[in-house]
Design a protein around this ligand. Structure first.
Ligand SMILES: Cc1cc2nc3c(=O)[nH]c(=O)nc-3n(C[C@H](O)[C@H](O)[C@H](O)COP(=O)(O)OP(=O)(O)OC[C@H]3O[C@@H](n4cnc5c(N)ncnc54)[C@H](O)[C@@H]3O)c2cc1C
Length: 453
């Protein structure tokens, strides 16, 4: 049986970052990736669902040591548009201090993942792809250790276990559930706690191309933080997609006639493909969906991608068991799903570094120090917008336009809200109060003390 110091389950952004950091500390490190085929990658690799982009201040949160290389990047971004049924907001700055000069950039996710894998291998980690981890048995008597059995029967024993298996949490669930009181793990169950994302690679007519902006439509489809988007790729290709909670029952939706992407004869929530078609025809009314040809040689299969996204609050890890949960597996927030690649890379890096140093007990403290402000912001925003319908989104975009600070003035503050009137002040107050309510790690749905280790 192979014995290693650090085993990492999952080789996405979080797993590769963990592998690199652990190996860089001199630990014998193994990253285990089950391997997912993609039309635009030769051979198996991680489950690289293409992402929208990285915002300026996320670059600092990622803390990658070197800039993301040009071959990984697709576009520099200058802004994002948030479009409600009648109101919209154009954001040309994130308002958060950062070392990155532009609003952000878009990137080719498979290339990002391949580059992160290379960095892990260069640091000395073994990255094994092609067989998933089937089960884990933990021995917590004395010095903790974990025995992993791969789907092909191979066994690996490790002192430190880093769980980076993404939002499905197939291995994370097995490891954490027995350590928690009955029912406590239910909040992470992938069939109820997650969203589903669907996107298509489409060629956009020249006159509609906005290659330096992300576009999001809010209040057009029902469900908590359910929204469609257009994200620019290279050339005239963009990804048109959406995310929505799994298992939403249309009969429970109030005022359904107010959602522009629903039809009165819909008997159930439309499939992703249908939502994409409706979005294109709604957003670009003088065009037909066939004016946006599907790029079948892209993405996971036939120009389309489906992927689960964690929509839970994050969790602390059972570090006394020498276990760290990172990235999508540890959960992010529903408004800004999984916290994104930046939180995945940073939590992976912190866990790998500490496991490599034999100091994993500091992990919960360290990831919150590194990414806690971002996670807290997202948890609170998700709560503030939880029951929003189309009118609420119009109201909030109206307020957001009024509250936006002048260019170069940084983030909106109490004074901007006061100047913009009572609605702005109320919204700003709810957000600030929410942040206060989840201070000191209160945004985590499972705390370290909840584990019986
Ligand atoms: C459509 C979409 C758009 C997004 N847009 C953005 C964006 O614009 N910016 C951003 O920062 N983030 C974005 N995200 C979120 C981002 O993709 C995630 O936060 C990120 O992928 C999390 O990284 P991870 O390594 O934790 O998990 P994953 O990327 O999910 O990686 C987990 C890996 O574990 C592997 N695995 C699972 N089970 C096993 C097993 N049993 N054995 C071995 N391997 C296993 C999987 O194959 C996978 O490769 C987006 C997500 C989606 C779906």
């Amino acid at each position: 049986m192979q014995r290693v110091d650090v085993a990492v389950v999952g080789g996405g952004p979080a797993g590769s970052a963990a592998g690199r950091a652990a190996a860089a500390e001199g630990a014998d490190t193994l990253v285990l990736e089950k391997g997912v085929p993609r039309a635009d990658r030769e051979g198996l690799g991680p489950d690289s669902t293409d992402a929208a982009g990285i915002l300026d201040y996320w670059v600092d949160i990622m803390d990658l040591d070197v800039p993301v290389p040009e071959h990984v990047k697709l576009r520099e971004l200058n802004g994002a548009d948030f479009i409600g049924p009648n109101e919209s907001v154009e954001m040309d700055t994130t308002g958060i201090d950062s070392s990155y000069p532009n609003f952000g950039f878009t990137f080719q996710r498979a290339r990002l993942d391949d580059w992160l894998r290379e960095r892990a291998e260069d640091a000395g980690a073994e990255y094994r792809v092609g067989t998933g981890v089937g089960s884990v048995e933990s021995d917590l008597t004395g010095r903790p250790s974990h025995r992993l059995t791969l789907k092909d029967g191979t066994e690996v024993e490790t002192e430190y276990l880093i769980l980076a298996d993404g939002p499905q949490r197939t291995v994370t669930g097995q490891v954490l559930e027995p350590l928690l009181p009955d029912g406590k793990y239910d909040g992470l169950d992938a069939t109820t706690a997650n969203h589903i994302a669907y996107q298509e690679y489409r060629e956009i007519p020249e006159s509609l191309c906005e290659p330096d902006r992300l576009k999001f439509w809010w209040g057009h489809m029902p469900g908590h933080t359910a929204y469609p988007w257009v994200f620019p790729n290279d050339g005239r290709v963009a990804r048109v997609g959406l995310t929505m909670p799994i298992g939403l029952d249309l009969d429970t939706v109030e005022d359904r006639e107010e959602y522009a992407l629903l039809r009165s004869d819909d008997e159930r929530v439309p499939a992703g493909k249908e939502y994409v078609r409706r979005l294109l025809e709604y957003a670009y009314p003088s065009y037909d969906a066939t004016d946006f040809p599907l790029q079948e040689d892209r993405g996971k299969r036939g120009g389309t991608e489906t992927y689960p996204i964690s929509s839970t609050r994050p969790i602390e890890s059972p570090t006394r068991a020498n276990v760290a949960v990172v990235g999508g597996a540890m959960g992010g927030t529903s408004a800004f799903h999984e916290g994104g690649d930046h939180v995945a890379i940073r939590t992976g890096k912190e866990a790998g570094r500490l496991a490599g140093l034999g100091a994993l007990r500091a992990y919960n403290y360290e990831w919150q120090r590194a990414a806690g402000d971002e996670v807290r912001r997202n948890v609170v925003l998700a709560d503030v917008v939880r029951d929003y319908g189309p009118d609420d989104w119009d109201r909030v975009f109206d307020v957001a336009s009024a509250i936006q600070p002048d260019p170069g003035e940084g983030r909106a503050g109490w004074l901007d809200a006061l100047r913009a009137g009572p609605a702005a002040l109320g919204l700003f107050g709810r957000y600030q109060w929410g942040k206060f309510g989840v201070r000191d790690g209160g945004y985590c749905q499972i705390r370290e003390d909840d584990y019986s280790v």
